[in-house]
Write a protein that binds this ligand. Structure first.
Ligand code: 2M8
Length: 483
C-alpha cells in the first residue's frame, strides 16, 4: 500500500491540534496521560510526551522528565504512576498502599511497580533537538543531562540488578502492567497461573466508564488477576526479592530488555560526549548484557524474540510486536534485516486487511489477534514510533519513513486516540491521549529525513477532521463536533 505525504493543510491542522491536546493535558510540571481515563502521570507515557513537547519547548520537555525523576524510589526504580490530585482512577493510592515500602520517595504518591525504560531514548532525542537549536536550549539540556545522569544510571542499574539477579540478560517483570502492554497475549500463559485468593479486597472498576465499549478494555477476570498481583506486591512490601520468592508472575520481558539495552547505549554515549566518566562503562556493560539476552531469546524458526516465563522456564511463543525487540537493541545485522522485511511484510504492516500499514500490537495472521481489544491486536502509535525510531537508527531510513508516513496518515483525523482498530482505522480507547499527540509532533518535526524541523504550537483550538469514508466515532457518545 502506498501512503502519500500529508498535505500542508494536514500538517498545519495536526500540529496545531496535537499541541492543543498537550497543552490541555498539561498540569504545570507534568502531563496527564489522558484527560479522563488516565488523569495522572504514567512513566513511559511521560518519556514519549517529553520527546514530543521538545519539538515545541525544550525547557518544558525537561520539566516533564524532572517531575518523573521526583518519584524515583531509593532502589532506583521509576514507578509506573505518579499520582496527581484525587481522581476516579482505579487502582488508586489506597489500593497501592506503597507506605509499606521502605524505598518509596518522600512527598510523592506513586504506584509500586514500573514501566518500560523509554526515558533516556527520549532524553537523547531532546538533547538532539536542543543542540540543533543551540543557545539557551542547548545549555539547559546539557546541564540537565549532567545533573540527572546519576539518576538515569540508578534507574537502569535497578533494572539490571534487582530485576535480573541471575544475569539472564532479560529484565524480570512482576506484573503485566510493567510491560506497558497490559493484556497482551504474551502474558496469557503466565497469567493462567495467577489465581486471586479469597483475601482479595473487593473492587469496582472505573475504567469502563470512560470507553464506549467494554470489549476495548481487559476483561473483569483479567482485572482480578492484575489486582491480585498488586496484593502480592504489597504483601512483599514491594521488596523485589521477597516478591520473587512468593509472587505468581515473574517473566523476562524482551521488549523492556531491548529498551534497557538501547537506552543504556545512549546514556553511555551522551555521558561520554559531555565528559562524564563515572558510570559510562557500567552503562555500556548493561547494554551488552541485555542485548545478548534479547538475541539469545530469538526463535530461529520465526526470527522473533521471545519472553521467558521464569516460573516455568519456558519461552513464550506469541506473534506480538515485542518479538521485534532485536530491532530496538541491534547487535545482529543479518537478523535486523530479516526483521525489517518481516515487519514490513504480509504478516505484519503489509497485511492485506490493514487499513494503514502501521505496526499492529499482534500480527493479524496470528490466532491470538483480536482487532478491537487493547493490546491484543490494535495499533498503538507509540509502538509504531518505536519501530520507526529503531529502523532509522539502524540505517533503514526508507523503512522508517514508510512507518512514519503511515503513522501520520492514521492520525490525520486529529483525534489522537489511545489506539486504533487496525482493519478499519477506527479510533479506540481514550481520545486526546497525550503520547499519541506527542508522537504526531515528533513525526511532523521529522518531515525531512535527517533534518528535524520544529513545529509551531498553536494556542487556539482547531476543528477535528473526520476523513471521508470513515464513520465518526465518539468517546462518550454524542456527535463528534468541532470543540
Ligand atoms: C495502560 O495501562 C494502565 C495501567 O498502567 C491502565 O490500563 O489503567 C497501558 O496502555 C499502559 O501502557 C499506559 O502507560 C497507560 C497510560 O496510557 O495505560
Amino acid at each position: 500500500m502506498t501512503v502519500s505525504q500529508p498535505t500542508p493543510n494536514d500538517v498545519a491542522l495536526m500540529a496545531g491540534r496535537a499541541g492543543y491536546v498537550l497543552k490541555g493535558n498539561d498540569r504545570g510540571d507534568f502531563t496527564v496521560a489522558s484527560p479522563t481515563l488516565y488523569p495522572h502521570m504514567w512513566s513511559w507515557d511521560a518519556g514519549f510526551v517529553a520527546l514530543g513537547i521538545a519539538t515545541v519547548s525544550v525547557p518544558r520537555a525537561l520539566t516533564e522528565l524532572r517531575t518523573l525523576l521526583s518519584g524515583q524510589w531509593a532502589t532506583g526504580m521509576l514507578p509506573h504512576i505518579l499520582f496527581h490530585s484525587p481522581s476516579d482512577y482505579f487502582p488508586d493510592t489506597d489500593r497501592w498502599r506503597t507506605q509499606v515500602a521502605a524505598a518509596r520517595p518522600a512527598g510523592v504518591l506513586t504506584s509500586g511497580i514500573t514501566q518500560p525504560p523509554i526515558h533516556v531514548i527520549a532524553l537523547s532525542r531532546i538533547l538532539h533537538d536542543a543542540r540543533r537549536r543551540g543557545g539557551p536550549d542547548r545549555e539547559l539540556a546539557e546541564a540537565f543531562v549532567v545533573e540527572t545522569f546519576p539518576q538515569w544510571l540508578a534507574w537502569h542499574r535497578y533494572l539490571a540488578t534487582a530485576r535480573d539477579p541471575y544475569a539472564h540478560g532479560l529484565v524480570e517483570i512482576h506484573h503485566g502492567w510493567e510491560s506497558g502492554m497490559d493484556d497482551s497475549p504474551r502474558w496469557d500463559a503466565p497469567y493462567s497461573h495467577v489465581h486471586p485468593g479469597p483475601e482479595m479486597p473487593p473492587f469496582v472498576r472505573r475504567d469502563l466508564a470512560h470507553v464506549s465499549d467494554p470489549s476495548q478494555r481487559p476483561s473483569d477476570a483479567e482485572y482480578a488477576r492484575y489486582l491480585w498481583l498488586l496484593e502480592q506486591k504489597v504483601r512483599a512490601r514491594y521488596d523485589d526479592a521477597a516478591y520473587r520468592a512468593t509472587g505468581d508472575f515473574v517473566v523476562g520481558d524482551v521488549l523492556v530488555s531491548a529498551l534497557l539495552a538501547a537506552a543504556s547505549d545512549l546514556l553511555a554515549d551522551i555521558g561520554a560526549e559531555l565528559g562524564i566518566v563515572e558510570g559510562v562503562e557500567e552503562s555500556r556493560a548493561i547494554a551488552r548484557r541485555f542485548r545478548t539476552g534479547v538475541l539469545r531469546s530469538v526463535d530461529p524458526a520465526t526470527d522473533l524474540a521471545r519472553d521467558l516465563d521464569l516460573r516455568t522456564g519456558k519461552y513464550l511463543d506469541v506473534d506480538s510486536a515485542a518479538g521485534f525487540a532485536p530491532l530496538l537493541c541491534g547487535g545482529d545485522d543479518a537478523l535486523i534485516r530479516r526483521q525489517r522485511d518481516l515487519l514490513l511484510g504480509p504478516r505484519w504492516c503489509g497485511h492485506s486487511r490493514l487499513r494503514w500499514p502501521v505496526v499492529p500490537s499482534v500480527s493479524p495472521a496470528s490466532p491470538h489477534f483480536r482487532e478491537r481489544t487493547y493490546w491484543r491486536g490494535p495499533q498503538w502509535p507509540v509502538l509504531n514510533w518505536l519501530m520507526a525510531w529503531a529502523l532509522n537508527r539502524s540505517g533503514e531510513q526508507e523503512a522508517a519513513n514508510s512507518l512514519r508516513l503511515a503513522g501520520l496518515a492514521q492520525l490525520v483525523d486529529c483525534d489522537f486516540a489511545e489506539y486504533y482498530e487496525p482493519l478499519t482505522g477506527e479510533q479506540l480507547g481514550s481520545r486526546d491521549q497525550s503520547w499519541t499527540a506527542a508522537i504526531a509532533l515528533d513525526f511532523l518535526a521529522a518531515r525531512r529525513p535527517g533534518r528535524r524541523r520544529p513545529v509551531r504550537l498553536l494556542t487556539s483550538e482547531l476543528p477535528r477532521v473526520t476523513p471521508a469514508g470513515r464513520p465518526p466515532t465518539q468517546e462518550f457518545g454524542g456527535p463528534t463536533v468541532a470543540r
